[in-house]
Design a protein. Sequence first.
Length: 323
Amino acid sequence: MSPVIRKHADVVAILHAPEAWSNQVSSHLNVPNGMDAPEHTRYRKLIEPFFDAQTLHRFEPVLKQLVTRLFRDLPEEFHVESELAYPFALQAQCAFMGWPRELEAALLQWIQRQKKASAAGDRETMRQLAAEFSQLMVAEFNRARSGEYPGDSVTSRLVHLSIEGEPLSDEYLVSIVRNWTVGELGTIANAVTAIVNFLQANNVVRKQLQQATEHIDHAVDEILRFNAPLASNRRRAVCPMHMRGQAVEADTVVTLDWGAANTDPEVFEQPHQFRWDRDPRDNLLYGAGIHVCPGAPLARLELRVFTQALLSHKTRSPAHASP
């Protein structure tokens, strides 16, 4: 079983030592998350412009429109995860990519099947699902190449990426989008669920934010610090080393437990309590080091716009609050 790294200091040390801890922990292509420098650096530079201020500024009014529509159509009683969190995550992702609304249903069905297969450890079904996802994405890439997408859409920009003059293959493009879609949909949905449940149970913080919405980003980061939307990541030891007096052999794969690190009592006093006075530099919500989440600006925008709408929405008690 993979050793689990739970202490905040140990996780931070690993994140800031990419020369000692490799991100290449899988046999599957993972662009750029599963790459090490210098390859990681080249591909990271390719994708960072997709999350720049100009792109997000252009996306923000679209995001606000879909959030307004989502809350307007929300029933009096609702299930947080299935009727709010996942619909928001799916709609936001499709809108960001410029994909048609019809793709939302196919992606939702795909996610549900993947979660079931993953929980059952059904590798054959997961392999088939990976192939199905590739087919879905390649179809959209081809539509973009044929001019069916606006030239400034994220998908159109993606299909024109190149490295040293050579266009990226569909395999590499699918890997990039898999990180943005497969990884982020579940993470954003988990984050939304945590925010809704927390604000439903903590009326004081809710009222504080209604009166000072400029602090939403800070509050959301603190809520998600102790309600980790992403459970873990892995790293592989490049060489033999010692951690806390224990020998670690080369090629040992360790699991970084984000939830445990972000609630380490040696760093966070009363770690499971919401506090305004935390040092944001200690929060590992988006990771740290060269592999810090490139999509953090997009995630923060999505969660800010969602939370603003939630705060202004007529208070309703979910029919079923997710744990």
